[in-house]
Ligand binder design. Sequence first.
Ligand code: SF4
Length: 253
Amino acid sequence: MDAARTGPVVPSKYWHGRPDGRIQCDLCPRHCRLREGQRGPCFIRACRQGRIVLTAYGRSSGFCVDPVEKKPLYHFLPGTPVLSFGTAGCNLACFYLKRDTSVWLEITHLIIPGENGSPAEVDAMTRWIVDELGPEVPIHFTAFHPDWRLRDHPPTPPAALHRARDIAQANGARYAYTGNIRDFAGENTCCPECGTILIGRRSYAITAWNLTPEGGCRNCGAPCAGVFEAGPGDWGPRYLPVRLRDFGAGPAT
Ligand code: SF4
């Protein structure tokens, strides 16, 4: 790709022509077969002049610096800021989706009443996570609010989140949390061995830190899964929008 380019439309590399005259995009498993002028369901790749082009190069849907806890990531450098950004376009078709990339894995399950939060569903999912990914993968059960889509659904009752967390813990998950509600107990990281609060949280602020510099429990020494420094960061709940223009980078289009 031409690094000097500033426009949003650039040729893409992964496509081929088909005998029926359509152009097949080979970038993702949808393998869209497009005619001239059509675009894929991702909205940002289209067939123009007999080839597949990307129509959103350099266009970000938002850049900001957030607390890492907001992702939510609770076991990756607690208290530190993280740069978040997204691009326009997606080849998936989810109503709600959060995508965070990290060297550390944590799973977030948004519980939408009547859709995906029954005890049987949570039981099956958390059994699978514990069996296949391991008991040390943190699981976040977060509350749905009918602010955008699915407005005919009620908000998630806190009891459903508490129940999900209980089920996960009963199935062996060592770190299960509630989110998008006020639930201080569900925000804290506790030692799976002795119950000591290892990392206390109030929303995005770190209120207690009982990890050794090596990432173990100060009380019993059991290791806590995650990526930690000797102490927590002090970023807190700050939200810092980033304007790329301030750095002289990125197209203005
Ligand atoms: S969804 Fe977009 S990226 Fe995926 S194959 Fe179709 S056009 Fe290409």
